[in-house]
Design a protein around this ligand. Structure first.
Ligand SMILES: C[S@@+](CC[C@H](N)C(=O)[O-])C[C@H]1O[C@@H](n2cnc3c(N)ncnc32)[C@H](O)[C@@H]1O
Length: 264
């Protein structure tokens, strides 16, 4: 999808918000201090579902219980891709060297509300963006958000991971971004009640939370995708880096929860 440019407006950061509750995950604590948790209403429904929207990177996105509520840590996927595209918005700082083609094809896998794909379409108007999800109900919300933000909704496509790229219904992207489910049901710090209103399909994965991320790396390496930008819990980063390395990917950065890789 190509989208018209909009003045970027950064959302406030996690630490500035009053709604984050005391830490419970030792990994979060070690790396970030206070973890993100969603604000609850009196009915125990996350506030974003009651309001019907959540801010992400300065824009409001429609959310329903069909989609994960966008998290502030995911915003660093946008910063990472902007940096690879040679764009940044810090005044007085020299822009980074552009790594991606001038008009990159970007694929967001597991788009949920569409927050990542739509933000990238608006922040990098020269890019062609595709977005996939395995959940039809999530994709309905993503296309609603795309239309609301003036982004072409036709490149939002149902697919298990990269199946539609392998099947050539989606062109081979220059870069894949993905915030796939990575929560491990076995984590002893996990507060399942806090997550109980969000779709399980958006949260949980087998193999210590890594099953889908590993499958994505398998497929991406088969297709020789050059750049990968992935979100995972910092506890999982070492395992992901090791797995990606055996598939020809060198880790190029870690930014909070976000890992980026380049295929050698
Ligand atoms: C953690 S949510 C992320 C949603 C959104 N990208 C965000 O960052 O807020 C993961 C998304 O991946 C989708 N998903 C789960 N399994 C998938 C699969 N096998 N292929 C594609 N998408 C999948 C879920 O439906 C969900 O929308």
């Amino acid at each position: 999808m190509n989208a018209s440019s909009k003045k970027p407006k950064k959302s406030i950061r996690r630490r500035d918000l009053p709604e984050y509750l005391p830490p419970s995950n030792p990994c979060f604590v070690k790396h970030f201090g206070t973890p993100f948790q969603t604000r609850r209403s009196s009915t125990n429904l996350p506030k974003a579902y009651v309001d019907g929207f959540q801010n992400f990177y300065g824009r409001d996105f429609i959310v329903t219980p069909d989609v994960l509520i966008p998290r502030p840590e995911t915003e660093q996927i946008i910063d990472t891709v902007l940096s690879l595209a040679g764009q940044q918005y810090l005044p007085g700082v020299k822009p980074p060297k552009r790594q991606l083609p001038r008009s990159p094809v970007i694929l967001d896998v597991g788009t949920g509300s569409g927050c990542i794909a739509i933000t990238l379409a608006l922040e990098i108007p020269e890019a062609t963006i595709y977005a996939t999800d395995v959940s039809e109900s999530a994709l309905r919300i993503a296309t609603k958000n795309a239309t609301k933000q003036g982004v072409n909704p036709h490149n939002f496509i149902i697919s298990h991971l990269l199946d539609k790229v392998k099947g050539k219904q989606i062109p081979t992207p220059d870069i894949i971004v993905a915030n796939l489910p990575y929560v491990d049901l076995e984590w002893d710090w996990l507060d399942k009640t806090a997550l109980s209103k969000e779709p399980s399909i958006a949260l949980y994965a087998d193999d210590h939370g890594l099953a889908l991320i590993k499958q994505l790396i398998d497929q991406a390496s088969e297709l020789q995708i050059k750049y990968l930008v992935l979100e995972a819990d910092p506890c999982q980063h070492n395992s992901i880096v090791n797995y990606a390395t055996t598939h020809g990917y060198n880790q190029t950065s870690i930014n909070g929860f976000i890992l980026s890789f380049h295929h050698s």
